[in-house]
Design a protein around this ligand. Sequence first.
Ligand code: MN
Length: 469
Amino acid sequence: MKKINKKTYSGILRDGGAGSQAKKRFRNRRKKLMERVNQLIVLTGVPYGPGAETAWTYAHSPTYQEPSIMYLTGVNQTEVILLLDPGAKDSDEILFVKKKDPTKEFWDGVRFGVGDPKSVAEAKRVTGIKDVRDVDEFEKILKERVRRGKRRGVGTFWLETLMPGKKKVVKTDHNWKFKKKIESLLRKWKMPGKAVSNIMKDHFELRLPLDKFDVANTLKAQKITGEAFQETLKHFGEFKNECHVQGFIEGQMLMKSPYGLSFPGIIASGSNATVLHYMKNDDDFSRDEMVLLDFGVRWMTMHADISRTIPAAGRFNPLQKILYQIVLDAQLAVEKMARAGETIFELNECCWDTLNRGLKEKFKAIGGTYKLQYNGRPHGVSHLIGEQEHDGDPFREYLGYPMQPGWLISNEPGLYGTFKLKQNGRVYHAEIGIRLEDNLLITESGCRNLSKGIPRRIDEIEKLMNSAV
Ligand SMILES: [Mn+2]
């Protein structure tokens, strides 16, 4: 019988599926960042793991590292610091980790730690970083490196608005606290000429275009997510409550991926679907309602972020069918337009113009009436996806940047309101939310819909819902 190797570093190293090429891939990323920034850089990992600060919140998330550290090292554990010192002869890269602590490992499992030569050797082997030190030495080494450096100062990463002329807004998370700490150290050491600067823009420019491993991992996430959706459709007649759907679809996804969900799923029936980030998932639904599902799983550190809206009856009624097709047409229009050089702002225009035109020409024109639950636009049609399910700057200034080849974006038009239609002597009247979401990989000449294997056409959905299990 094959012996299964347990208690390994597998959960705390995300090698991106690159296997023996992983350390080269991480090293290349760090080298590119050093070339671009060309000054001393220090970056922090997360200070605590799932459930530590807000007890049990998100305690199930198996990948919790600060994404900038994840992208550059693959190391998924708390209290690490990465120092990059371009051109330094002794070591241009240092990874700081905690001391090996068997008592802590008894509770939480194995971690990279100094004081254990085997563990240090393993950390070096997988990350390609030749110098691994005790995190307690960080301040001492930083001081030496800052002092001898002829360059401007220290670069680090925090999230802030960069648009000129706009009010500065920052995220006061662990990155911000780390930046404040570096500033206070420079003051304490009386190095007023050395300033702390933000590498956020350079970092995102390198990180956001996915490489071939990221694309392969995203495709795997899409495949698992799509299979879970198809199984859910086949079993849909068995479900009476939103939680039945959630339990089933998430179980299907988690059985095929140890990397966790992209986010807790939204399963919203009937009028619940007009709440954009509905989270209760606890209502019964009737067969004449639609059910909106916003769901997805991770593979490695990549994500699927998918939405589908289906008729609980297994067949669309005339009102549902018309509205669904209007949303789908808007989604197809965005897909057709998406390409490098366009901006997400432009995709937005295209999306909501197409959708509103559809409402007029395909719904109002045949006697339909409606009241939308928003003025103008309900939400943006696209956000970036990458190391995080919502990646890129959280203030979304990237909406105005020309899209780059390799960017992964969502394509998620939605329609939310109360709709009424008389057809064949019957009146259909319902409060409905419909959202469809696929993930598009931007290329020079257009885009690749990585979610295209996940059924979305009316006939495909109906066929699956009516196929015998
Ligand atoms: Mn999304």
